[in-house]
Design a protein around this ligand. Structure first.
Ligand code: ARG
Length: 409
């Protein structure tokens, strides 16, 4: 009886790199390859044809898995609760999809009794860390292979040559000079001319957003409703979170809102110039923050800002399943109970501003805030408050003055 080959489950996109991975894993590692194509809301022209290609290239099996519900209802619910922005700017699109994809890879590896899981990430990026950290936490006994990190090709022409020699279909269309990753939460574009941070991004890198200068001359309003921190309606019409994301990508995108051009710090120590377009993500974070400012008690809101930053860093670093990230999730979930209400957004030529917010849990009190006759704030109480609130530093200042004649230095 012929020896049964060991199996590897490969995260497959249909691109040149992961197609070569299929052949390479067979030929260099003598493994049976099971390909997994994840539907996470990326731009594509049919995942069934990607599956066909995997099988033609030699995979013994190929799964097309619709991961959108999991991705949205688990990962994007938490990301919004955290108003997640890595380094205060980047809404984490790739970092958020990797845990979902990893979970599916591990499940399929178990189903087939596979020994290995493989991904097509390079040795320079964050995504390799995210896949491998997630897989290690979900099943520490699975071994990971990263062919792109191991193989000898340095350039795309070298890859093409190997592909042709080994019967891997090479793309007929001219390859874009960019490296792109996308899903429901947006699109990341890197490489090519973008590698010089002084170069303005060429107009054609963007596909979800129009240039702000080309956006309509009239503003567009939309009302986003939330229930316990989760988007639940647009303009009063109840919708699933996933449909809200699809629709807001359209609305914000056609108004030129959602582009980012930043230099970010990768986990592997490299600074990288990244362009993103995340129209729905950034609109929802803007709206969600506005509602929180109405509903969260001051000390919770202040403390939460630090938790948000820590959460985004954990997720960027691939720590989705790690205990710190889980503990932060518990805090964040608790804060969302009262984040229910509506926010009115106004889009106009590349901007998105909050022009209205309301909530049954609103802590805003007209009687306390107003400068009009209805004022109920106790002005007398302010005097004693300031006295005691300042007392400790005042004692310190008196002591300094006595000793140094000044409080400075
Ligand atoms: N820099 C982003 C991140 O680490 C995006 C990476 C996207 N990957 C890509 N192949 N373009 O999350």
């Amino acid at each position: 009886m012929a020896d049964q080959k060991e199996k590897v489950v490969l995260a497959y996109s249909g691109g040149l790199d992961t197609s070569i991975c299929i052949k390479w894993l067979q030929e260099e590692k003598n493994l049976d390859v099971i390909a997994v194509v994840g539907e996470v809301g990326q731009e594509h022209s049919g995942l069934e044809s990607v599956k066909e290609k995997a099988l033609r290239t030699g995979a013994i099996e190929c799964y097309v898995v619709d991961m959108r519900e999991d991705f949205v209802n688990d990962n994007l619910v938490r990301a919004l609760a955290a108003n997640a922005l890595y380094e205060n700017e980047y809404p984490l699109l790739s970092a958020l999809s990797r845990p979902t994809i990893s979970k599916s890879l591990v499940d399929i590896a178990h189903k087939h009794g596979a020994t290995y899981v493989a991904h097509g990430c390079t040795g320079k990026g964050n995504d390799q860390v995210r896949f491998e950290a997630s897989i290690a936490m979900l099943d520490p006994s699975l071994k990971v292979i990263a062919p792109v990190r191991e193989w000898e090709f340095k350039t795309r022409p070298e890859e093409m040559e190997w592909a042709e020699a080994h019967g891997v279909e090479v793309p007929t269309t001219k390859a874009t000079p960019y490296s792109i990753d996308d899903n429901l939460w947006g699109r990341a574009i890197e490489c090519g001319v973008l590698e010089d941070p002084w170069n303005e991004p060429p107009a054609d890198i963007y596909t979800m957003t129009v240039a702000p200068e080309d956006a309509p001359d009239a503003p567009e309003y939309i009302e986003v409703s939330f229930k316990a921190g989760v988007p639940c309606a647009l303009d009063g019409k109840e919708m699933s979170y996933i449909d809200i994301i699809y629709q807001l990508n359209e609305v914000a995108g056609r108004n030129g809102y959602g582009r980012l051009d930043i230099v970010e710090n990768r986990l592997v120590g490299v600074k990288s110039r990244e362009c993103y377009e995340q129209p729905a993500a950034l609109s929802l974070i803007t709206a969600h923050k506005a509602l929180e400012s109405l509903c969260l008690e001051r000390e919770v809101l202040h403390y939460k800002l630090g938790v948000e930053q820590q959460w985004a860093t954990c997720v960027y670093y691939g720590q989705w399943f790690a205990p710190l990230k889980q503990a932060l999730d518990a805090f964040l979930a608790h804060t969302q109970q009262c984040v229910t209400g509506d926010v009115r957004l106004k889009f106009y030529k590349g901007t998105c501003v909050v022009v209205g917010r309301r909530s049954p849990y609103s802590l805003y009190s007209y009687e306390l805030a107003t400068y009009d006759r209805e004022d109920e704030f106790d002005h007398e109480a302010a005097k004693g408050f300031i006295e005691l609130n300042t007392l400790s530093a005042k004692v310190w200042a008196q002591n300094r003055m006595q000793r140094n004649g000044t409080i400075e230095g």
